[in-house]
Design a protein. Structure first.
Ligand code: ACO
Length: 439
């Protein structure tokens, strides 16, 4: 048990009775700083010979963490104790990265030093160019990202020793720094334009926009409103406690795999439409709905248990209230569209109409299905000029710092063990082998 876990242990117990044997077991209860109490089932198998069953981990805490806290009922999200709304209003992405990785906000000199470190790690090994060229031009940029990030382990051997704290930190800096370059190059490759190199005189968000949208034959001036919006989008996606991709990173890392391989695993998990792929799916869905008069028809489809259509960008495993990130994004959607001189963007109007109708519908009210972060992010990103296929890539770029902070926390936890869930076996048992010619 780690020292934090010892502090979290209370003198409370939950008693469980096995009625078939009449035996009772006292399970210790642990308290976090806030949030639901946790029943410690670690001795459960040893004492009872039984496993607990929780597919989808709806009732299972898989680790201790002091990085991010979510109160899904109240719609609250905090990083290291700071509310997401405050971080969005007063901070910037580099500061949030430092906070997630180190636990505290930096002072001015430390912040500058951190920004310089990230800036000077943003170039990719030149030979990685060749790796890009091995992909088909029409490859999904997420496929390229999974491949290139996994390949970083082959290029940066000097930061793959997970037992060396300095190497862990260098790998963390490299991943945060190189992700914009990797993402922008995936896009440039798909449209056949030359790769643009990072520039050390630009901020993280500016540099990403520059690598995405500039070309060598002319000067590129970054729109400051768009750079600010990009930075906010990065902050809003930076971490979200033990979601599917973060848990994937932790599980991959629990075997001692190097951080680049673990982040590649996280990117793969994020890709799915139930997770980070939902922002792409929202735009596709709005395009499919086409016009506001079709909304009721699509809501009926979403409500029909026989139809596997779901309202993309709606619902969340943890939030049973408005996702606070969606609230911030909804207001930014208007700012960005105003800055770009886009009036009456039909998709935004349709999204707001869809949201209004869904939030008044009994089906969505009863199930507490609210818009999540993906509902508005796609509209902003599209207005900024990002193709739909890049939406999940941007999510992965921003989430990298959260994944790596969670990975580091896990490696540094003395109670860390390889992740190895058990199962309820329902297959055949001890069958007699029948030779091929007798089947
Ligand atoms: N549209 C229609 N019905 C929905 C939706 C939706 N988007 N989401 C959940 N429901 C319904 C389910 O059908 C189920 O109804 P039932 O009780 O009558 O069977 C009930 O609400 C509970 O849904 P579950 O699937 O059990 O909830 P779970 O916590 O497992 O799923 C998830 C959460 C995957 C996010 C789900 O809400 C969903 O598929 N949403 C759409 C995809 C999406 O937007 N994903 C992004 C999530 S946020 C992120 O990753 C950044």
């Amino acid at each position: 048990m780690s020292s934090d876990a010892k502090e979290a242990a209370t003198n409370e117990y939950v008693t469980m009775t096995d009625h078939s044997t009449g035996k009772s077991y006292d399970l210790p209860v642990m308290n976090g700083t806030v949030g639901p109490k946790v029943v410690d089932v670690r001795p459960f198998y040893r004492d009872t010979g039984m496993f607990t069953y929780d597919p989808g981990f709806t009732s299972t805490g898989s680790c201790e963490s002091s990085i991010t806290y979510i109160d899904g009922e109240a719609g609250i999200l905090m990083h290291r104790g700071y509310r997401i709304e405050d971080l969005c209003e007063h901070s910037d992405f580099m500061e949030v990265c430092y906070l997630l990785l180190n636990g505290e906000l930096p002072d001015a000199a430390t912040k500058k030093e951190f920004e310089t470190t990230i800036t000077y790690h943003s170039m990719l090994h030149e030979q990685l160019n060749n790796l890009y060229r091995g992909f088909r031009r029409d490859a999904h940029p997420m496929a390229i990202m999974v491949g290139v990030v996994g390949a970083l382990s082959a290029f940066y051997h000097d930061s793959t020793d997970i037992n060396d704290p300095e190497q862990r930190m260098i790998a963390s800096h490299r991943l945060v720094a190189k992700m914009p370059t990797i993402a922008a190059w995936a896009y440039k490759y798909s449209i056949g334009q030359p790769f643009m190199y990072p520039r050390n005189d630009m901020s993280y968000a500016e540099n990403f926009l520059q690598m995405m949208f500039s070309v060598p034959c002319e000067d590129y001036v970054v729109n400051s409103v768009l750079a600010a919006a990009m930075d906010k989008i990065f902050i809003l996606h930076a971490d979200h406690e033990q979601n599917a991709s973060t848990s994937t990173v932790r599980l991959a890392g629990s075997s001692g795999a190097n951080p680049f391989a673990c982040i590649a695993a996280g990117i793969s998990s994020l890709w799915g439409p139930s997770h980070g792929g939902a922002n792409e799916a929202v735009l596709n869905m709005l395009g499919e709905i086409g016009s506001a008069d079709k909304i009721p028809e699509y809501l009926e489809k979403a409500k029909d248990p026989q139809d596997n259509f779901r309202l993309m960008g709606f619902g969340h495993r943890v939030y049973k209230n408005y996702d606070p990130r969606a609230k911030v994004l909804q207001s930014h959607a208007h700012n960005v569209l105003d800055a770009l001189g886009i009036r009456d963007e039909p998709l935004l109007k349709m999204a707001m109409e869809l949201e209004k109708i869904a939030l008044e519908d009994d089906y969505f009210v009863q199930r507490k299905l609210f818009p999540n972060v993906d509902f508005y992010s796609g509209i902003i990103l599209r207005a900024m000029g990002f193709p739909v296929s890049m939406f999940t890539v941007l999510f992965a770029l921003a989430r990298t710092v959260g994944w790596i902070a969670q990975w580091k926390e896990m490696i540094e936890d003395p109670s860390q063990k390889i992740g190895r869930p058990r199962q309820l076996y329902t297959g055949e048992y001890d069958r007699e082998y029948v030779p091929l010619d007798k089947r």
